[in-house]
Ligand binder design. Sequence first.
Ligand SMILES: Nc1nc2c(c(=O)[nH]1)N[C@H]1C(S)=C(S)[C@@H](COP(=O)(O)O)O[C@H]1N2
Ligand SMILES: [Mo]
Length: 310
Amino acid sequence: MLIRFKGHIAESEVTDQVLYVDRRRFLALGAAGAAAMMFPVGRADAGALDYTKGAVTLDEKMTPFEAVTTYNNYYEFGTDKEDPARVAPGKLKTTPWTVSVEGECAKPAKLAYDDLIKPHQLEERIYRMRCVEGWSMVIPWVGVPLAQVLKRFEPTSKAKYVEFTTLADPAQMPGIRSRVLDWPYTEGLRMDEALHSLTLLAVGLYGQELLPQNGAPIRLVVPWKYGFKSIKSIVKIRFTETQPATAWNKSAPGEYGFYSNVNPAVDHPRWSQAKERRIGEFLRRETLPFNGYADQVAGLYAGMDLKAQF
Ligand SMILES: Nc1nc2c(c(=O)[nH]1)N[C@H]1C(S)=C(S)[C@@H](COP(=O)(O)O)O[C@H]1N2
Ligand SMILES: [Mo]
Protein backbone atom coordinates (compact mmCIF):
# COMPACT_ATOMS: atom_id res chain seq x y z
CA MET A 1 0.00 0.00 0.00
CA LEU A 2 1.24 3.46 -0.83
CA ILE A 3 0.62 5.98 1.93
CA ARG A 4 1.42 9.65 1.68
CA PHE A 5 4.40 10.43 3.88
CA LYS A 6 3.47 12.90 6.59
CA GLY A 7 6.68 13.27 8.55
CA HIS A 8 7.61 11.31 11.62
CA ILE A 9 6.11 7.85 11.96
CA ALA A 10 5.79 5.56 14.96
CA GLU A 11 8.72 3.24 15.64
CA SER A 12 6.30 0.30 15.30
CA GLU A 13 5.95 1.21 11.59
CA VAL A 14 9.68 0.87 11.01
CA THR A 15 10.40 -2.23 13.02
CA ASP A 16 11.67 -4.07 9.97
CA GLN A 17 14.38 -1.48 9.51
CA VAL A 18 15.26 -1.54 13.20
CA LEU A 19 15.63 -5.30 13.11
CA TYR A 20 17.67 -5.02 9.95
CA VAL A 21 20.19 -2.81 11.75
CA ASP A 22 20.08 -5.20 14.67
CA ARG A 23 20.82 -8.17 12.42
CA ARG A 24 23.84 -6.42 10.97
CA ARG A 25 25.06 -5.59 14.46
CA PHE A 26 24.64 -9.20 15.45
CA LEU A 27 26.68 -10.32 12.45
CA ALA A 28 29.36 -7.72 13.20
CA LEU A 29 29.70 -9.04 16.72
CA GLY A 30 30.03 -12.61 15.48
CA ALA A 31 33.05 -13.76 13.51
CA ALA A 32 34.56 -10.33 12.94
CA GLY A 33 34.01 -9.52 16.62
CA ALA A 34 36.22 -6.89 18.15
CA ALA A 35 37.76 -5.86 14.82
CA ALA A 36 34.34 -4.92 13.47
CA MET A 37 33.66 -2.84 16.56
CA MET A 38 36.99 -1.06 16.32
CA PHE A 39 37.01 -0.44 12.59
CA PRO A 40 33.39 -0.48 11.44
CA VAL A 41 32.33 0.63 7.98
CA GLY A 42 32.95 4.32 7.39
CA ARG A 43 35.48 4.95 10.10
CA ALA A 44 38.29 5.50 7.66
CA ASP A 45 36.54 8.47 5.98
CA ALA A 46 36.65 10.86 8.92
CA GLY A 47 39.45 12.39 10.94
CA ALA A 48 40.32 11.47 14.51
CA LEU A 49 39.65 14.20 17.08
CA ASP A 50 41.65 15.38 20.09
CA TYR A 51 39.36 15.30 23.09
CA THR A 52 39.21 14.58 26.79
CA LYS A 53 36.91 12.04 28.39
CA GLY A 54 34.14 14.17 29.84
CA ALA A 55 32.72 13.82 33.31
CA VAL A 56 29.30 13.00 31.90
CA THR A 57 29.08 9.31 31.24
CA LEU A 58 26.41 6.63 31.28
CA ASP A 59 26.32 3.10 32.57
CA GLU A 60 24.48 1.79 29.51
CA LYS A 61 25.77 -0.07 26.49
CA MET A 62 26.68 2.26 23.64
CA THR A 63 24.83 1.82 20.35
CA PRO A 64 27.28 0.38 17.80
CA PHE A 65 28.94 2.89 15.45
CA GLU A 66 27.42 1.00 12.53
CA ALA A 67 23.86 1.69 13.72
CA VAL A 68 24.57 5.29 14.77
CA THR A 69 25.87 6.06 11.28
CA THR A 70 23.39 4.11 9.12
CA TYR A 71 20.02 4.55 10.86
CA ASN A 72 19.41 8.29 10.68
CA ASN A 73 16.87 11.05 10.34
CA TYR A 74 18.18 13.83 8.12
CA TYR A 75 15.30 14.73 5.85
CA GLU A 76 17.42 17.02 3.66
CA PHE A 77 18.80 13.72 2.29
CA GLY A 78 15.55 11.75 2.18
CA THR A 79 13.00 10.44 4.65
CA ASP A 80 14.04 6.77 4.82
CA LYS A 81 16.32 5.85 7.70
CA GLU A 82 19.03 4.62 5.33
CA ASP A 83 18.89 7.62 2.95
CA PRO A 84 21.26 9.95 4.87
CA ALA A 85 24.10 7.39 5.04
CA ARG A 86 23.59 6.48 1.40
CA VAL A 87 23.28 10.02 -0.01
CA ALA A 88 24.90 12.58 2.32
CA PRO A 89 28.55 11.41 2.21
CA GLY A 90 28.83 11.97 -1.55
CA LYS A 91 26.84 15.20 -1.55
CA LEU A 92 27.44 17.31 1.56
CA LYS A 93 30.54 19.49 1.33
CA THR A 94 31.65 20.22 4.90
CA THR A 95 34.86 22.16 4.15
CA PRO A 96 35.04 25.11 4.08
CA TRP A 97 32.22 25.65 6.59
CA THR A 98 31.09 28.99 7.96
CA VAL A 99 28.71 29.68 10.82
CA SER A 100 27.07 33.08 11.14
CA VAL A 101 26.30 34.19 14.70
CA GLU A 102 23.83 37.07 14.75
CA GLY A 103 20.99 38.83 16.54
CA GLU A 104 20.95 40.08 20.13
CA CYS A 105 24.66 40.00 20.92
CA ALA A 106 27.49 42.51 21.22
CA LYS A 107 29.89 40.57 19.00
CA PRO A 108 28.11 39.05 16.00
CA ALA A 109 30.49 37.29 13.60
CA LYS A 110 30.77 34.92 10.69
CA LEU A 111 33.33 32.33 11.68
CA ALA A 112 35.03 29.53 9.84
CA TYR A 113 34.73 26.10 11.51
CA ASP A 114 38.26 26.30 12.95
CA ASP A 115 37.69 29.75 14.44
CA LEU A 116 34.44 28.66 16.01
CA ILE A 117 35.59 25.31 17.41
CA LYS A 118 39.38 25.29 17.82
CA PRO A 119 39.53 27.75 20.76
CA HIS A 120 37.70 25.11 22.83
CA GLN A 121 38.73 21.90 24.53
CA LEU A 122 36.63 19.09 23.05
CA GLU A 123 35.22 16.50 25.40
CA GLU A 124 33.41 13.21 25.09
CA ARG A 125 29.85 13.01 26.44
CA ILE A 126 27.98 9.72 26.37
CA TYR A 127 24.30 10.61 26.03
CA ARG A 128 21.03 8.74 25.74
CA MET A 129 19.15 10.01 22.67
CA ARG A 130 15.39 9.51 22.19
CA CYS A 131 13.69 10.04 18.83
CA VAL A 132 10.06 11.19 18.89
CA GLU A 133 9.31 8.12 16.74
CA GLY A 134 9.97 5.80 19.69
CA TRP A 135 13.52 4.53 19.23
CA SER A 136 16.62 5.45 21.17
CA MET A 137 20.39 5.15 21.09
CA VAL A 138 23.36 5.74 23.40
CA ILE A 139 25.96 7.83 21.59
CA PRO A 140 29.48 8.91 22.64
CA TRP A 141 29.45 12.46 21.27
CA VAL A 142 32.51 14.68 21.05
CA GLY A 143 31.90 18.39 21.35
CA VAL A 144 31.99 21.53 23.41
CA PRO A 145 29.30 22.74 25.82
CA LEU A 146 27.23 25.21 23.79
CA ALA A 147 27.38 27.76 26.63
CA GLN A 148 31.15 28.14 26.21
CA VAL A 149 30.74 28.96 22.53
CA LEU A 150 27.72 31.28 22.92
CA LYS A 151 29.36 33.40 25.63
CA ARG A 152 32.10 34.53 23.23
CA PHE A 153 29.50 36.48 21.25
CA GLU A 154 28.29 38.33 24.36
CA PRO A 155 24.52 37.91 24.15
CA THR A 156 22.68 41.03 25.36
CA SER A 157 19.99 41.14 28.05
CA LYS A 158 17.42 40.98 25.24
CA ALA A 159 18.64 37.54 24.16
CA LYS A 160 15.93 35.26 25.54
CA TYR A 161 16.17 32.48 22.93
CA VAL A 162 18.63 31.00 20.45
CA GLU A 163 17.60 30.00 16.94
CA PHE A 164 19.63 27.50 14.89
CA THR A 165 19.49 27.00 11.12
CA THR A 166 20.70 24.10 8.97
CA LEU A 167 22.23 24.56 5.53
CA ALA A 168 19.58 24.38 2.78
CA ASP A 169 21.36 23.88 -0.55
CA PRO A 170 19.31 22.01 -3.15
CA ALA A 171 22.51 21.18 -5.06
CA GLN A 172 23.84 19.22 -2.07
CA MET A 173 20.58 18.13 -0.47
CA PRO A 174 18.22 16.24 -2.77
CA GLY A 175 15.65 15.82 0.03
CA ILE A 176 14.73 19.50 0.06
CA ARG A 177 12.90 19.05 -3.25
CA SER A 178 10.26 17.35 -1.11
CA ARG A 179 8.02 19.73 0.82
CA VAL A 180 7.80 17.52 3.90
CA LEU A 181 9.28 20.45 5.88
CA ASP A 182 9.57 24.18 5.23
CA TRP A 183 13.32 24.53 4.55
CA PRO A 184 15.73 25.55 5.91
CA TYR A 185 15.34 23.28 8.97
CA THR A 186 15.34 25.52 12.03
CA GLU A 187 15.26 24.83 15.76
CA GLY A 188 15.32 26.86 18.94
CA LEU A 189 16.08 26.77 22.63
CA ARG A 190 15.27 29.09 25.49
CA MET A 191 18.45 30.82 26.69
CA ASP A 192 18.63 28.83 29.93
CA GLU A 193 18.28 25.58 27.97
CA ALA A 194 20.98 26.68 25.55
CA LEU A 195 23.32 27.55 28.43
CA HIS A 196 22.64 24.35 30.38
CA SER A 197 25.80 22.32 30.89
CA LEU A 198 24.30 19.22 29.20
CA THR A 199 23.68 21.08 25.92
CA LEU A 200 26.47 20.23 23.51
CA LEU A 201 27.69 21.60 20.22
CA ALA A 202 28.89 18.31 18.76
CA VAL A 203 31.56 17.90 16.10
CA GLY A 204 32.18 14.18 16.44
CA LEU A 205 31.13 10.79 17.74
CA TYR A 206 33.10 7.66 18.67
CA GLY A 207 36.21 9.86 18.77
CA GLN A 208 36.13 10.93 15.14
CA GLU A 209 34.64 13.81 13.16
CA LEU A 210 30.92 13.60 12.47
CA LEU A 211 29.98 11.85 9.27
CA PRO A 212 27.65 13.83 6.97
CA GLN A 213 24.62 11.69 7.90
CA ASN A 214 25.04 12.66 11.57
CA GLY A 215 25.09 16.39 10.82
CA ALA A 216 28.70 17.20 9.97
CA PRO A 217 30.53 19.35 10.65
CA ILE A 218 28.61 20.94 13.59
CA ARG A 219 25.32 19.91 15.16
CA LEU A 220 23.42 20.45 18.36
CA VAL A 221 22.85 17.72 20.97
CA VAL A 222 20.14 18.24 23.61
CA PRO A 223 19.78 14.87 25.34
CA TRP A 224 16.62 15.55 27.42
CA LYS A 225 14.60 16.58 24.34
CA TYR A 226 13.27 14.56 21.42
CA GLY A 227 15.91 14.02 18.74
CA PHE A 228 14.53 16.56 16.28
CA LYS A 229 15.68 19.42 18.56
CA SER A 230 19.27 18.26 17.90
CA ILE A 231 19.62 20.15 14.62
CA LYS A 232 22.31 19.10 12.14
CA SER A 233 24.86 20.90 9.94
CA ILE A 234 24.36 24.33 11.52
CA VAL A 235 25.16 27.43 9.43
CA LYS A 236 23.46 30.09 11.54
CA ILE A 237 23.00 30.80 15.26
CA ARG A 238 20.80 33.79 16.13
CA PHE A 239 20.01 35.29 19.54
CA THR A 240 16.39 36.46 19.67
CA GLU A 241 14.08 38.27 22.04
CA THR A 242 11.02 36.25 21.02
CA GLN A 243 10.52 32.49 20.72
CA PRO A 244 11.80 31.38 17.31
CA ALA A 245 9.70 29.31 14.92
CA THR A 246 10.85 25.71 14.51
CA ALA A 247 10.57 23.54 11.41
CA TRP A 248 8.61 20.72 13.05
CA ASN A 249 6.25 23.04 14.88
CA LYS A 250 5.48 24.86 11.61
CA SER A 251 4.85 21.58 9.80
CA ALA A 252 2.61 19.97 12.47
CA PRO A 253 1.84 22.34 15.37
CA GLY A 254 -0.50 19.85 17.03
CA GLU A 255 2.25 17.22 17.14
CA TYR A 256 5.44 19.15 17.90
CA GLY A 257 5.66 22.02 20.35
CA PHE A 258 8.58 24.33 21.04
CA TYR A 259 9.80 22.51 24.15
CA SER A 260 9.63 18.86 23.04
CA ASN A 261 11.04 17.58 26.30
CA VAL A 262 11.02 13.78 26.40
CA ASN A 263 7.87 13.02 28.40
CA PRO A 264 6.38 9.52 28.71
CA ALA A 265 3.21 11.08 30.20
CA VAL A 266 2.38 13.13 27.11
CA ASP A 267 1.52 11.00 24.08
CA HIS A 268 2.16 12.03 20.52
CA PRO A 269 -1.30 12.50 18.96
CA ARG A 270 -0.67 9.45 16.74
CA TRP A 271 1.10 7.11 19.21
CA SER A 272 2.10 6.57 22.83
CA GLN A 273 5.40 7.93 24.12
CA ALA A 274 5.48 5.69 27.21
CA LYS A 275 8.04 3.22 25.84
CA GLU A 276 10.93 3.12 23.45
CA ARG A 277 13.03 0.60 21.57
CA ARG A 278 16.74 0.96 22.16
CA ILE A 279 18.30 0.21 18.77
CA GLY A 280 19.82 -3.26 19.05
CA GLU A 281 17.36 -4.51 21.67
CA PHE A 282 14.16 -6.48 21.17
CA LEU A 283 12.12 -5.59 24.24
CA ARG A 284 10.93 -2.05 24.69
CA ARG A 285 12.01 -0.07 27.72
CA GLU A 286 10.09 2.51 29.69
CA THR A 287 10.80 6.02 28.53
CA LEU A 288 12.09 8.20 31.37
CA PRO A 289 10.94 11.76 32.10
CA PHE A 290 13.37 14.18 30.46
CA ASN A 291 14.98 11.09 28.94
CA GLY A 292 16.56 10.24 32.31
CA TYR A 293 18.06 13.71 32.85
CA ALA A 294 15.29 15.01 35.17
CA ASP A 295 17.68 15.54 38.12
CA GLN A 296 19.68 17.96 36.01
CA VAL A 297 16.99 19.74 33.97
CA ALA A 298 13.54 19.48 35.58
CA GLY A 299 14.24 22.71 37.46
CA LEU A 300 14.31 24.62 34.18
CA TYR A 301 10.57 23.97 33.85
CA ALA A 302 9.41 24.55 37.43
CA GLY A 303 5.89 25.94 37.44
CA MET A 304 5.21 25.12 33.77
CA ASP A 305 2.34 22.88 32.66
CA LEU A 306 4.30 20.39 30.56
CA LYS A 307 1.11 18.96 29.01
CA ALA A 308 0.18 22.38 27.61
CA GLN A 309 3.77 23.39 26.79
CA PHE A 310 4.81 20.14 25.15
N1 LIG B 1 18.73 19.47 9.73
C1 LIG B 1 18.16 18.40 10.30
N2 LIG B 1 18.46 18.09 11.57
C2 LIG B 1 17.89 17.01 12.16
C3 LIG B 1 16.97 16.21 11.46
C4 LIG B 1 16.68 16.55 10.11
O1 LIG B 1 15.88 15.89 9.41
N3 LIG B 1 17.30 17.64 9.56
N4 LIG B 1 16.37 15.12 12.09
C5 LIG B 1 16.30 15.16 13.56
C6 LIG B 1 15.84 13.92 14.16
S1 LIG B 1 14.18 13.56 13.99
C7 LIG B 1 16.66 13.10 14.89
S2 LIG B 1 16.05 11.75 15.72
C8 LIG B 1 18.11 13.38 14.97
C9 LIG B 1 18.89 12.13 14.52
O2 LIG B 1 20.27 12.32 14.68
P1 LIG B 1 21.26 11.13 14.27
O3 LIG B 1 20.85 10.68 12.89
O4 LIG B 1 22.63 11.71 14.30
O5 LIG B 1 21.08 10.04 15.28
O6 LIG B 1 18.52 14.46 14.14
C10 LIG B 1 17.66 15.58 14.17
N5 LIG B 1 18.24 16.70 13.46
MO1 LIG C 1 13.72 11.98 15.60
